[in-house]
Write a protein that binds this ligand. Structure first.
Ligand SMILES: *Cc1c(COP(=O)(O)O)cnc(C)c1O
Length: 405
């Protein structure tokens, strides 16, 4: 090997780093950088943010306001006392505690499934489950607006990856028809879409999956605890008994812990427990997080008033936005997009909200299509009617001044 001059090994990718770094720098300079702000204290929807003081949180996924619940905290503390802070590694070898099995039983019962498996995050659950089930000769069918973790799972699987138009059942049927009868087909969709807050047309998706012999996986990251009279999720919302084969969800949103799960038929779960690489090759959830997750499912069932309060807040907030002339797409859930249009409009709306004590974040391309830059406002059971009223006032004034409404 001839000796060459010492060069910067990052040089070949410097262009893409600079692109992002410049964008961040410009946002910081113009006062439009709202990311990575440390939350110093919280009490329900009230948070103390470093350098900003008290704010009302409108960007939380803690939909039922379970973070800080004394029963859940006590379960986590008891688990630390009993089992300490970690495990002996992966579940399949020395990492399983009785708590893990209890949590999986609880999740399976909650979702009306035979068994469940938990992973160390929701992201990794999607990545691992999709890529374990699908391989080179298979077809994986995904809604165009599905979460990044599903997209990454589809790519990792090396199956034929086909997307259908967002929540468009004719498009889904065309894709399934073309895939052919003998091929293994997995259809994956979010129950509630994380940027738009709308709900997948589950009855029709189930009908089409049955008609074309496809397996159906639904990601309930934003519907667990949110949809259905008792918060059991999307099937309860539509009054469906079965039809979803793989019930996926996260333990980091409504459930104030960390981890992800899949619930389904016994054989399927047992297969995953011995083959899904993120389960077999990645450490078990720590005891405290496992106990907290289990306790949270119990609280959801014991305190249904939280779900009613969330439902009321969603209705009040969406109603108030419509009265003021805002476009919230087809959201009927706790994720409420407030469409602003151009990037600068969304950024400036966010700045005005933040300056007036609302922790609200803008979403801009490439996360959403060009021209549909927005605020994404998350309502939780922790908001009071006065909080919602105040936020509607701030949004209304800013929206008028910036020509959004
Ligand atoms: C947040 C989210 C995930 C990932 O869950 P984590 O537990 O945060 O890794 C997966 N799917 C959807 C739809 C999500 O919104």
């Amino acid at each position: 090997m001839p000796e060459t001059a010492v060069t910067d090994p990052l040089q070949p990718i410097r262009w893409k780093m600079n692109q992002m770094l410049d964008r961040v720098k410009r946002a910081r300079q113009s006062g439009h950088y709202f990311y990575l702000q440390p939350i110093q204290e919280f009490k329900g929807a009230r948070v103390k943010v470093k350098g900003r003081g008290e704010m009302i949180m409108f960007a939380s996924y803690c939909y039922l306001d379970l973070l800080g619940h004394p029963y859940i905290d006590a379960a986590a503390q008891a688990a630390i006392r009993q089992y300490s802070s970690g495990t002996h590694g992966v579940r399949i070898l020395a990492g399983t505690l009785p708590l893990h099995n209890q949590l999986e039983h609880k999740i399976a019962a909650f979702k009306g499934a035979e068994e469940a498996i938990v992973f160390s995050s929701g992201y990794v659950t999607n990545l691992s489950v999709v890529s374990t089930l699908c391989g080179r000769n298979d077809v994986v069918v995904s809604d165009k607006l599905n979460h990044a973790s599903i997209v990454d799972g589809c790519l990792l699987s090396r199956a034929q990856f086909v997307r259908f138009r967002h929540n468009d059942m004719e498009s889904l049927e065309r894709v399934l028809f073309k895939a052919g009868g003998d091929t293994f087909k997995l259809v994956v969709a979010d129950a509630v879409f994380s940027m738009d807050g709308d709900i997948i047309n589950l009855p029709e998706v189930v009908r089409l999956c049955r008609k074309y012999g496809a397996l159906l996986m639904i990601d309930e990251a934003h519907s667990l605890g949110v949809l259905g009279e008792t918060g059991h999720g999307i099937e309860e919302h539509f009054g469906l008994q079965d039809g979803v084969d793989i019930h996926m969800g996260t333990l980091s949103k409504t459930i104030p812990s960390v981890g992800g799960y899949v619930a389904g038929k016994q054989g399927l779960i047992e297969f995953l427990k011995h083959t899904a690489r993120a389960f077999v090759f990645s450490a078990a959830l720590p005891p405290a997080q496992t106990a907290a997750a289990k306790a949270s499912f119990e609280v959801i069932e014991q305190e249904p008033e939280r779900i009613h309060c969330l439902r009321r807040n969603i209705d009040v907030f969406i109603g108030g936005l419509h009265e003021r002339g805002f476009d919230t797409l087809n959201s009927e859930t706790a994720i409420i997009p407030v469409i602003c249009g151009r990037d600068e409009q969304a950024m400036e709306m966010a700045r005005r909200c933040q300056d007036q004590g609302l922790f609200v974040l803008p979403i801009v391309p490439p996360a959403v299509p060009e021209g549909s830059s927005r605020l994404r406002v998350n309502v939780t059971a922790g908001h009071t009617l006065a909080d919602l009223d105040y936020a509607l006032g701030v949004l209304g004034t800013a929206g008028k001044e910036l020509g959004v409404i």
